[in-house]
Ligand binder design. Sequence first.
Ligand SMILES: C[C@H](O)[C@H](O)[C@H]1CNC2=NC(N)=NC(=O)C2=N1
Length: 98
Amino acid sequence: MSKLTEDEIQKKLLRFPEWHYQDNAIHAEFEFDNFKDCFSAMSRIAFDCETLNHHPNWSNTYNVLNISLTTHDAGGVTHKDFKLAEAIDAIVIPEEDA
Ligand SMILES: C[C@H](O)[C@H](O)[C@H]1CNC2=NC(N)=NC(=O)C2=N1
């Protein structure tokens, strides 16, 4: 899968308000009520990663989850990253805000 141009990425990001592009990856930060809710979301995301065979660079500090998505095999952002971002948004963003 070939990497997207910055123009293509910025256009796609219009549909992903939580995400921004920087340094060959798309990034988002999500805050939860507590560690348990955060880690629960991470567990659910992990199952989707396995289904999609695509994996995030991420870190967790108590109730905050930082996620960066890039396609290592392509050296940049591809459609696979947006597929995973879509799955993550579906898990993390409450229905009434989506
Ligand atoms: C062998 C396996 O399919 C690849 O290494 C997959 C797994 N998950 C991946 N995740 C991400 N983010 N980028 C990849 O290039 C990638 N490649």
